[in-house]
Ligand binder design. Structure first.
Ligand SMILES: NC(=O)c1ccc[n+]([C@@H]2O[C@H](COP(=O)([O-])OP(=O)(O)OC[C@H]3O[C@@H](n4cnc5c(N)ncnc54)[C@H](OP(=O)(O)O)[C@@H]3O)[C@@H](O)[C@H]2O)c1
Length: 334
């Protein structure tokens, strides 16, 4: 009998944490899905800043590590105990099990969602992690006094992947989103995508501009994924009882702080959020994805894929993301 060749895939892995050069493309064996799992053949893979944190070691994970948290493709095989997916389904996912930087993979089916026919694989791969993040930020992270149409919010790095989705979704919700970004061109992009105001935080003092725009009142929510560089001034942008949502560290982690400063700044609230706390069941993941699919299919939110790289050029993709050269979403193509 002729031995059956094992199924293989190209995959991007790291043996040690470090710079982009530590990512290597190699061939790996891919098995069959076990209970609760599916095997997916990717058509597109999403690039996210969390991939940089995992690659650099800021977020420590066991090594060796196959990177990537987001992708879209076709289901090739379905394990037992999976009832919502079938072989041949078009799917997309954001999942807390790294490994999407590859041609095909086996993964838990829980957060894998069927992709509506009207949404392409590239869009699906670009939008799941970033769009579900915008969803929970705008719809679940509410200040204690609520968030109503007309309210001011501040969103940092607004011309990025999560940012451009948030600008458009906030406009659809009637919020007055004040964007920050690192260049005038990025500020214009945020304005073109629904931001009510934009501040170039490389050249302007964003806290005093926010006070000016809001006639001294401040904003109800600050969404801050920049971290170290924006933390202090962001607290000064909030109205009393406002909410500081810290959800990333593009410039480095937020330093430790004394709780008493929250009282001094108006009894403000602080929360540190991660998407994966919101994706803890199939029902929750699907409900959030349905909300995202609906807002994208309605045209209220357009997914801007401003960069595409072959999977083999993943090192360059990371360099460009870290150097703040990208806007909107980036996909890797297997
Ligand atoms: N917690 C969660 O649930 C969650 C989920 C998704 C994403 N995130 C976070 O949200 C942020 C956006 O993610 P993304 O994938 O869409 O990335 P992105 O916004 O496309 O890229 C990051 C942006 O951060 C800004 N930035 C400011 N200081 C920076 C620095 N020192 N180095 C690099 N970039 C800097 C840059 O925009 P400017 O040039 O305009 O400043 C850059 O383009 C990331 O911090 C990510 O970790 C968190």
């Amino acid at each position: 009998m002729t031995p059956v060749e094992p199924l293989t895939s190209r995959a991007v892995r790291i043996d040690q944490t470090g710079g982009p050069e530590c990512m290597q493309l190699m061939d790996v064996v891919v098995g069959d899905p076990g209970p609760g799992e599916v095997r997916i053949r990717h058509h597109a893979i999403g690039l996210n800043f969390i991939d940089v944190y995992q690659r650099s070691g800021l977020y420590a994970l066991p090594l060796p590590l196959q990177l990537g948290m987001e992708g879209a493709g076709v289901v090739e095989a379905v394990g037992s105990d999976v009832s919502h997916l079938q072989v041949g389904d078009r799917v997309a996912y954001a999942a807390n099990v790294p490994g999407s930087y590859c041609d095909r993979r086996v993964m838990p089916a829980m957060a894998v969602c069927r992709l509506p026919d009207a949404i392409s694989f590239e869009t699906g791969a670009a939008m799941m992690l970033k769009g579900l993040t915008a969803q929970y930020l705008l719809k679940k992270c509410k200040p204690v006094e609520g968030l109503e149409p007309g309210d001011f919010v501040l969103f940092h790095a607004a011309a990025g992947g999560v940012g451009l989705i948030a600008c458009q979704w906030a406009r659809a919700l009637g919020l007055r989103l004040i964007a920050t970004a690192g260049t005038d061109a990025k500020c214009q992009l945020a304005l073109d995508n629904g931001a009510a105001y934009a501040i170039n935080y490389s050249t302007e003092d964003f806290a005093s501009r926010v006070k000016q725009i809001t006639a001294g009142q401040g904003v109800k929510v600050v969404y801050d994924s920049v971290g170290k560089d924006t933390w202090d001034k962001s607290l000064d942008c909030l109205t009393p009882l406002g909410l500081m949502v810290t959800f990333g560290n593009a410039s480095g982690p937020v330093p430790p702080f004394a709780p008493a400063i929250l009282a001094a700044k108006g009894s403000i609230y602080v929360t540190r959020q991660t998407l994966f706390s919101h994706l803890t069941s199939r029902a929750r993941a699907q409900a959030m994805a349905d909300d995202l699919f609906a807002v994208v299919e309605s045209g209220a939110v357009k997914i801007h894929i401003d960069q595409r790289y072959p999977l083999a050029q993943v090192q360059q993709a990371h360099r460009d993301l870290e150097a703040r050269k990208t806007t909107g979403c980036t996909v890797l193509l297997p």
